[in-house]
Design a protein around this ligand. Sequence first.
Ligand code: EPZ
Length: 417
Amino acid sequence: MNKLCIEGNKNLYGSVVISGSKNAALPILFMTILTEEKIKISNVPNLTDINIALRLLVYLGAKIAYKKILSIDTSRINVFSTPYDLIKKIRASIWILAPLLARFGKAQIFLPGGCKIGSRPIDLHLNGLIKLGATINLKNDCINAFVKGRLKGKYILMEKISVGATITIMSAATLAQGLTIIDNAACEPEIIDIAKFLNTLGANIIGAGTHKIFITGVLKLNGGNHKVIPDRIETGTFLVAAAISKGYITCHKTEPKHLKNVLSKLGKTGAKIKTGKDWIKLDMRGKRPKSLNISTSPYPGFPTDMQAQFTLLNIISKGMSTITETIFENRFLYTSELIHMGAKIKIQNSNTIVCHGVPTLSSANVSCSDLRAAATLVLAGCISIGVTIVNQADHLIRGYDSFPNKLNKLGANIKII
Ligand code: EPZ
């Protein structure tokens, strides 16, 4: 799916079923390396990043069976290094390091890839593992890690909040000797889901979802089953689709409590929002949104993965607004493409843009820089006047399960070229 042809001027309405969370499923797949017992995981989204993660597990020696439910058996893992071409495709591959190290005492993995939204360092991951007793050498883009005997539990104060590093340290600590405390930990719902999965296998993790996580190491983990939480960013993306197209959309099989901040912001744009146990409905029929200042921050703040989608909402809203990105240093690349479509955006400084709302956008030939930018440009194409061509659209299938099909069922007209 490299190019999409999108007919504009659509109102999007109807129901959409939300898939499993990419950012919970990816780390959970790699956490299966921690145990030699069989695992079954359901609600795994169908994404290229997931397929790459499964290929990496098979490369290490895991046995995978994937019908509706994903069965993983990592009892016969006998490879402790990873292929450059696969590792480089996804940021999530960094989460192979800690489980290999914790279970086998050694690991050799290349530095990960991931969206070009910033430098994406891994110093917090490596420093945490060193504090737990690992020896780590970095040479020619490759991390060589080993530990004699078991990792040792420690108090670790994170110098900055990092989802990835919190996951790395939490996973390593499950098999370490003694108590590990992660202070200033990330609180994202995905971390709670990973901790729930690991505790199902017999780990002893308390406090996930708060800034202080306590992990008491165990000698080994068992098998178990887990259902991945819904994708809160996919949900937010479809709610913005309704808000920008004067439409109304109900997201099913989702978790409203994971989107409190996003829902409160959407409410302030004038959207009518109703929620139930596992559904959220947004109604913006006949209304143009009011613009809103946004500043991204770690959970429970406004998610950086919704920044681009909210910029799109602001550029077609009434009034002026600012968007500040505090997590990644280079996450505004997509704005040049929106300007191409008639948006009025000014870069105020390295991490703030100013938007002046315009009533309509015009179609254009645009290119995607990362997966959230790709989703945003597709939505821009759905509402602009004319036919938009979105290039490098394969970013989409990295993070959104059947996005064009789901949008077409809501009244869009998207063709894969
Ligand atoms: C995860 O990335 C998500 N990716 C991102 O989603 C999400 O935007 C991010 O968390 C939110 O913080 C996956 O789950 C696969 P971080 P991650 O560690 O773990 C700096 C998407 O669109 N940092 O929380 O890489 C880092 O540069 C993706 O689905 C260090 O300095 O993010 C950033 O400024 C994009 N050193 C900040 O911390 C480190 O060792 C937060 O990064 C690690 C991170």
